[in-house]
Structures are given as structure tokens and as C-alpha cells.
Design a protein around this ligand. Structure first.
Ligand SMILES: NC(=O)c1ccc[n+]([C@@H]2O[C@H](COP(=O)([O-])OP(=O)(O)OC[C@H]3O[C@@H](n4cnc5c(N)ncnc54)[C@H](OP(=O)(O)O)[C@@H]3O)[C@@H](O)[C@H]2O)c1
Length: 327
């Protein structure tokens, strides 16, 4: 595993971040399940393989857990809990954690949003679930449409001053909103973003990623494999044990259908390099900029072990160009 500096924070983190969106499935009927034991094994294995950066959110409780999404908040924070449990006993200074706030976590009027009342209560609960004294990187999960930018930045600054978080960032904001945060005076500004970016979805490349690059912010990249499409999944009609089996609105099958030719090119590039499609898709992102950090999602150990190898694959300028024009 290779390590790089995470933007202006100066903190050294692994090339790849482990995502915990889907961990753990909390006992719904749908199969396959990422159960508690598998979740613990995945997190510990990632640590053993050199990953020192773990991403979660207060609302994560297993992506498959649709049953519990409506009005039932018992499973809120399950991913933070499992992460805390898995990393308990490891030296706290040997890893970094990012978590997020904004989404609804309870039934009360203010159990959501970026207002100070909610954020202050949310960080306390996140720290309890994680069993940690502080979170390295705290993200506003998305704009809430109402809280002022200065007000929410100031709230983040208060948490920094209180030692509850080290730095803060923005996820799913528009590029002009990021610029507005960067123009604030009298408060520490956000130092990183978290957005979707992959070979198929390049919308943010000239927007948020460009703004981040220009301003020395680090970019945490979600869905780097387009939820498995770029690993070569969904190209056949055969149903495998994947999210697509049970996610009604899952677009992976459609995405694969629309990109058959490009994906075949990716497959060929990977074959020529003696690598897999997921290696190349992740290495392409790492090759895009020194402050770009993919967050990998893996629901079994084989996927994880395969994906971490991308850290050792550096693509030549010619291959980067070839992939750029293929998609
Ligand atoms: N800020 C936000 O709003 C936001 C939004 C989304 C995600 N995130 C973060 O980003 C993380 C990653 O997102 P993501 O899960 O969408 O990432 P992804 O890497 O695009 O998709 C992960 C899925 O791809 C499949 N896969 C991964 N490696 C594979 C391999 N080597 N071979 C075959 N299939 C493979 C698996 O699908 P199956 O499980 O079907 O096998 C896996 O669950 C999340 O855990 C979360 O931490 C943040």
C-alpha cells in the first residue's frame, strides 16, 4: 500500500480508503448479507493490508437495509458501531476516520440537517458509536438548503476547537457552494470534498474535482467502480450475488448495457497489463491527481484483496489518455 498526503491537512493516508456504506446488513430478509462477522473481518483485513483510512456516516446502516429506512431509526449508525468495534484495540494514531452528518437520524424535527443543534448532538453520538475521542475528518454529507454557510462552517470550527474533529469537508455540494465556503473569512475552511467520480461518471471532473485541485483540497472519491460495473460485473444477464439482485432502482445493469464497448476496451487494457478491470479503474483515478483518493466498497474478502492491489499499479500517460478517450 502506498501513502500520500491528504491535501493541506498534511496527514498521510493510504492511496485507498475503505468505505462502510453497506456494513453491516442488519438482518433483513434479502440475500446476500454482509453480516457482522464478515464486516469485522473486512475492516480488520483492510487494516492488515495497509489501509489506514476508513469512511463512514452517521446514517449508514447497510445499504441493503431498505426495510428499516422509513421511520425506523434503530439501525442508524450501525456502520459506525461496527467500525468502532473492529478498530478497538488498534493504536488510534495508526488510522484516520471520516464520518458525516446531515441525513435524518431520528424522528424529531431537528434530527437532521446542518444546524448547530443537530450537528453538536450528532458528533457526540457518532463518537459514542465509534468509541473514539475524536474524528479526523468530518463531512457535511450534503447541503441542507437552509443553514447558512458561515453558520455551519463556524459549527465545524467549534468542533475543531473542542477537539472533537480535526478537519472538515463537503460532500455532494455544488462547485459554486464549495467556492463560497472557501471565500469565508474568520473561520477555518473546508479542506476536502467527497464526490462521485469514475470512468463512466465524469461529471465532477471539470467541476468539484477541478475546484478542489485548484484550491489544494483533497478529493475523496465515492463509487470509484460505479458500484461494480467497472469491475466487469453486470455484463452478462446471469444474476450474481450482487446489489443488483435486490435493489429495485439499481442502475448498474443499465449502466453496463450502455457501456459495453467502453468496458470491453477497459477489459483489454487490463488484460494487456496483466491486471484486472478494477485495478485499472482505480489506478486511473489515482493517476488523475495527487490528491485524489478512491473509497473502495468491497462486500467480500476477495474483492478487497483484489482492489488494494490497485495501489501498486501506476498507469503510463499513454494508457491514461487511452482510457480518457475510451469513455
Ligand atoms: N458521500 C456520499 O454521498 C457517498 C455515496 C456513496 C458512497 N459513499 C462512500 O463510498 C464508498 C464506496 O462506494 P461504492 O460502494 O459505491 O463503491 P464502488 O467501489 O463503486 O462499488 C462497490 C461495489 O462494487 C462491487 N465490487 C467492488 N470490488 C469488486 C471487485 N474487485 N470485483 C467485483 N465486484 C466488485 C461490489 O458489489 P457487490 O456488493 O454487489 O458485490 C461492491 O459492493 C461507500 O462505502 C461510502 O463509504 C459516499
Amino acid at each position: 500500500m502506498n501513502y500520500r498526503v491528504f491535501g493541506k491537512t498534511g496527514i498521510r493516508v493510504s492511496d485507498l480508503i475503505l468505505g462502510t456504506w453497506y456494513l453491516p446488513n442488519s438482518g433483513t430478509k434479502v440475500k446476500p448479507q454482509v453480516d457482522r462477522e464478515t464486516s469485522l473481518k473486512l475492516i480488520k483485513k483492510a487494516y492488515d493490508l495497509g489501509i489506514n483510512f476508513f469512511d463512514t456516516a452517521d446514517v449508514y446502516r447497510g445499504v441493503y437495509d431498505r426495510d428499516n429506512m422509513k421511520g425506523n431509526f434503530k439501525t442508524v449508525g450501525l456502520s459506525e458501531r461496527i467500525l468502532g468495534e473492529a478498530l478497538k484495540g488498534y493504536d488510534r494514531e495508526s488510522f484516520v476516520i471520516s464520518t458525516k452528518v446531515m441525513g435524518r437520524t431520528g424522528p424529531l424535527e431537528n434530527d437532521q440537517g446542518l444546524n448547530r443543534k443537530h450537528v453538536r448532538s450528532a458528533i457526540t453520538k457518532s463518537l459514542e458509536r465509534l468509541q473514539m475521542d475524536y474524528v479526523d475528518f468530518y463531512l457535511m454529507h450534503a447541503p441542507d438548503g437552509v443553514t447558512g454557510k458561515y453558520e455551519s462552517a463556524k459549527t465545524m470550527n467549534m468542533l475543531i476547537d473542542e477537539g472533537k474533529i480535526l478537519h472538515y469537508g463537503l460532500s455532494n455540494f455544488k462547485s459554486h457552494e464549495i467556492t463560497e465556503y472557501l471565500s469565508l473569512h474568520g473561520v477555518e475552511r473546508p479542506l476536502f470534498i467527497q464526490d462521485e467520480f469514475n470512468l463512466i461518471n465524469r461529471e465532477q471532473e471539470s467541476r468539484n474535482i477541478a475546484v478542489a485541485e485548484k484550491n489544494g483540497m483533497a478529493s475523496m472519491i465515492y463509487s470509484p467502480l460505479a458500484q461494480g460495473v467497472l469491475a466487469g460485473r453486470y455484463l452478462t444477464k446471469k444474476k450474481d450475488k450482487s446489489r443488483s439482485v435486490y435493489e429495485k432502482n439499481f442502475s448498474a445493469n443499465k449502466m453496463a448495457e450502455q457501456n459495453v464497448e467502453n468496458l470491453e476496451k477497459l477489459r483489454q487494457v487490463a488484460k494487456d497489463l496483466g491486471a484486472t478491470m478494477s485495478h485499472v479503474a482505480l489506478a486511473w483515478l489515482i493517476g488523475k491527481g495527487r490528491s485524489i483518493f478512491p473509497i473502495i466498497g468491497s462486500t467480500n474478502l476477495e474483492q478487497l484483496e483484489e482492489n488494494v492491489k490497485a495501489s501498486d499499479l501506476r498507469l503510463s500517460a499513454d494508457i491514461m489518455k487511452e482510457l480518457d478517450s475510451a469513455f
